[in-house]
Design a protein around this ligand. Structure first.
Ligand code: PMV
Length: 305
């Protein structure tokens, strides 16, 4: 048996993070970049697991990646085989870009392909949910859905993802602040602020939801200047929720100064990544951001839309 590859997409929240926790919609899309897993039979008869260029101890039961590999390997009926598994990411890891969900989808895909077994969608969803739980207590399912489908759309907790079609490809520049972040901490900080301040925060959340709806409409119509303006407005409101940071604001302003028509944090905030919309000026914006960020990627939103 030769090597088999399973792939899945990363994701980005374009508009609406945090408000989505309170039932508002978020505009989110898969990224063309994501995770690729290569599975082949071990040449030396010993299991071998590589995470990018790092070798992991396969039997390390406390390691999330090893646990995930075991779930996928057993599900594909390959439990007894010594495998050579390589996991590669082309999105920053642990930065709110859905890297763990992409791995949770790519691993079963690669294992089932290697076993020459059909992987039904329902089974893939089941397995990716199980793997995502290794990393996050209670995932919303948004990341895994986008990792699997490559779609773009409006997501609500109630209805899941309503896919939309972008009139024109939306290219984004993504830059990592390099500052770690915890989704859970940021979400509970917003909850505490809402509790303390009440109405102004509730209205901010509603306004963010409205911005996400308008953004979906702008993407459908190919109105990128409007999308950019909405991204900037959303950044202001996220700042009002206190989930922005000095490092985020710095990168956002570097991007805007270099020609981005929209720039904001993406995901939970407090650290992690920023996104910038700079139609026709992606390279210039990326070059400026590279002077302040170690990881800058230019990618297209909605890999399959
Ligand atoms: O940074 P991420 O990908 O974990 O995104 C968090 C998005 C939030 O809206 C802040 C939380 C959530 O569960 O939707």
């Amino acid at each position: 048996m030769s090597g088999s590859v399973g792939k899945a997409f990363g994701k980005v929240i374009v508009l609406g993070e945090h408000a989505v926790v309170y039932g508002e919609p978020a505009l989110a899309g898969a990224l063309a970049a994501g995770c690729a897993v290569d599975v082949r039979k071990s040449e030396h008869g010993l299991p071998h697991l590589m995470l990018d260029t790092r070798v992991l101890e396969v039997s390390d039961a406390d390691n999330g990646v090893c646990k995930s590999m075991k779930i996928a390997q057993d599900a594909a009926g390959l439990g007894a085989l010594a495998l050579d598994v390589t996991i590669r990411f082309d999105v920053p890891v642990g930065a709110g870009l859905g890297s763990s969900a992409a791995m949770a989808v790519a691993l079963p895909r690669a294992m089932f392909a290697f076993a020459a077994k059909t992987l039904e969608t329902a089974r893939l969803i089941e397995l990716s949910t199980q793997i995502e739980r290794v990393f996050h207590g209670n995932p919303s399912g948004l990341d895994a859905h986008l990792a699997r489908t490559g779609e773009l759309g409006l997501f609500t907790k109630k209805d899941g993802l309503q896919a939309i079609r972008a009139k024109e490809p939306v290219r984004l520049v993504i830059a990592d602040t390099g500052v770690g972040r915890s989704t859970q901490t940021q979400v509970s900080n917003v909850a505490a602020r809402r509790e303390r301040l009440g109405r102004p925060i509730e209205r901010t959340i509603e306004a963010i939801g409205e911005i996400a709806r308008m953004g979906a409409d702008a993407v459908t119509k190919g109105d990128l200047p409007r999308l950019g303006e909405l991204m900037n407005a959303n950044q202001g409101l996220l700042s009002a929720l206190s989930v922005s940071s000095q490092e985020i604001e710095h990168l956002v302003h570097v991007a805007r100064k270099a020609g981005a028509i929209g720039s904001k944090l993406t995901g939970a905030g407090g650290g992690g990544c920023i996104i910038a919309l700079a139609p026709g000026k992606e390279e210039e914006v990326a070059a400026s951001l590279r002077q302040h960020s170690k990881t800058v990627v230019i990618t297209t939103l909605g890999a399959t839309s």
